[in-house]
Ligand binder design. Structure first.
Ligand code: PRP
Ligand code: URA
Length: 212
């Protein structure tokens, strides 16, 4: 794992290997979905490394013992529709008590700017630590807008998890929301003329849901 100021890039071989398989044009939707979920879970393992613990007393079959549990933190997972949905189960399995919100955004084909079509966030989201999920950070427009919606509801503690990031997206997101830590599986080379990430993996939503 490479930790810089407000970005973490994953170097774990399991994550690297699974991302390489995602990129392959011959990887079908079923395996693609499974891999997105597994990568999200492996990333989550590191993302949650610093969760605070508290000592509580329990009874084992043999005796009473004081043992560590995760301290009751309020969390929310917010996937950006559609492709972010693929990452939800991997993270939710690690933190089952997290509430899940949804933000629907699609990129205009001409301008590549995001348009909102849905937003449903948990009540009292302002009191939660929020993890925004989207496999792709390309221009950064979708992540920037999604995070702004969440901030507009009073949230101050937001993290962004993506599987592949373009340098252009990282720059835009850091400029717009310098307080938001980015966790990226890998950072790719650049965007093409249609604002797709190169080498990338194509359209993540279409590959997860088999729509193309
Ligand atoms: C994709 C992806 C991101 C966005 C990234 O979604 O899942 O949300 O593009 O691009 P950006 O960083 O340039 O905004 P898309 O708009 O294709 O919608 P979909 O998930 O419904 O396919
Ligand atoms: N959205 C995707 O799904 N893929 C890209 O490469 C860019 C945006």
């Amino acid at each position: 794992m490479e930790n810089m100021d407000n970005i973490t890039i994953f170097t774990h071989p399991l994550i690297q290997h699974k991302i390489s398989t995602l990129r392959d044009i011959n990887t079908g939707s079923k395996l693609f979905r499974e891999l997105v979920e597994e990568i999200a879970m492996l990333m989550g393992y590191e993302v949650f490394r610093d969760l605070p613990l508290e000592e509580l007393e329990i009874e084992t079959p043999l005796c009473r013992a004081t043992v560590p549990f995760i301290k009751g933190k309020k969390m929310a997972i917010v996937p950006i529709l559609r492709a972010g949905l693929g990452m939800v189960n991997g993270i939710h399995a690690l933190i089952p008590s997290a509430k899940v919100g949804h933000i629907g955004l699609y990129r205009d084909h001409e301008t590549h700017e995001p348009h909102e079509y849905y937003c449903k966030l948990p009540e009292n989201i302002d009191q939660r630590e929020v993890y925004v999920l989207d496999p792709m950070l390309a221009t950064g427009g979708s992540a920037e807008a999604a995070i702004q919606f969440i901030k507009d509801r009073g949230c101050t503690n937001i993290k962004f998890l993506c599987i592949i990031a373009a340098p252009e997206g990282i720059k835009r997101l850091h400029a717009a929301h310098p307080d938001v830590h980015i966790y990226a599986g890998q950072v790719d080379k650049c965007l093409n003329e249609n604002c797709y990430i190169l080498p990338g993996l194509g359209d993540a939503g279409d590959r997860i849901f088999g729509t193309k």
